[in-house]
Design a binder for this molecule. Structure first.
Ligand code: FE2
Ligand code: FE2
Length: 262
């Protein structure tokens, strides 16, 4: 039977597919950490209070990167290069989603509109991250190797998503509502395409590593296209809506330790 659970079980059980999966995840998390660190450093004065939360957001993503690297190391594996067609963060940037790395490398203060762009991009991508981690947590919370990591990261991603909702609602009240709405709409539509393309590329590589028969790979590709069709037809709206979260101020305080993974 082709299920998300059996697919991930296969990917986790094989060294080469596990190595690719963890390398892709670690690289995305680390890039997210770097972006957040730069944004915290370049924050405009009017949004000063947000700086510690953005720094915490970045510290969490860096921690996730270290966790995925530690999972590989424990198994005697080293990270492999992330192929460009599987690089979610890079492809989003190329589509113009979020703040460009070139801008973040410059030592110029960001504007309030840039902060809206950052938060809208995060609101969309953190929803994706949170949903994927919920899926992994559902199946693998008790897994001896990845269970603890999945549970911790999933909790963090839920916090990130709550924080994005809360801060975007605050900025909407402060007069940025239309810009936020437009940015969320554009980000969500770009993200669902990138997610589809990256899913197809990752699954094609996994299929080669794990010698999947053609019908299995074909069925998976059909599934990925079906998810895209659903998201394009309206599923994207769940990534662009705003609702005050039950968890308030989710990113106050220092990040939770991941010492056991270091
Ligand atoms: Fe993360
Ligand atoms: Fe996150």
């Amino acid at each position: 039977m082709l299920s998300a659970r059996s697919l991930f079980q296969e990917i986790i059980d094989n060294d080469a597919s596990f190595q690719l999966f963890c390398s892709i995840a670690a690289s995305g998390e680390t890039q997210g950490g770097w972006e957040n660190g730069r944004i915290a450093a370049l924050i405009p004065d009017s949004q000063r209070e947000l700086a510690p939360k953005i720094a915490r957001h970045g510290a969490d993503e860096d921690k996730h990167g270290r966790i995925f690297n530690a999972l590989m190391k424990r198994r005697g594996l080293t990270p492999v290069n992330v192929p460009e067609d599987t690089d979610y963060t890079l492809l989003l940037e190329k589509r113009g989603v979020g703040l460009a790395h070139e801008q973040l490398r410059r030592d110029e203060r960001l504007s309030e509109a840039d902060i809206v762009t950052y938060l809208a991009h995060s609101r969309v991508t953190e929803q994706r991250a949170a949903e994927q981690m919920v899926m992994l947590r559902t199946y693998f919370a008790d897994h001896p190797v990845i269970g603890k990591a999945v549970t911790m990261i999933s909790n963090d991603e839920d916090n990130h998503l709550a924080y994005c909702h809360e801060e975007l609602l605050r900025l909407a009240r402060e007069g940025h509502a239309r810009l936020i709405q437009r940015t969320l709409h554009d980000c969500a539509l770009a993200e669902i395409r990138v997610y589809r393309d990256v899913s197809l590329a990752v699954m094609a590589r996994m299929g080669r590593i794990l010698n999947w028969p053609k019908p299995k790979s074909a069925a998976l590709a059909v599934g990925i296209h079906a998810i895209y069709a659903y998201e394009r037809l309206g599923g994207w709206r769940r990534m662009a809506s705003l609702k005050m979260p039950a968890r308030r101020n989710a990113l106050s305080g220092p990040p939770t330790s991941a010492a056991e993974f270091a």
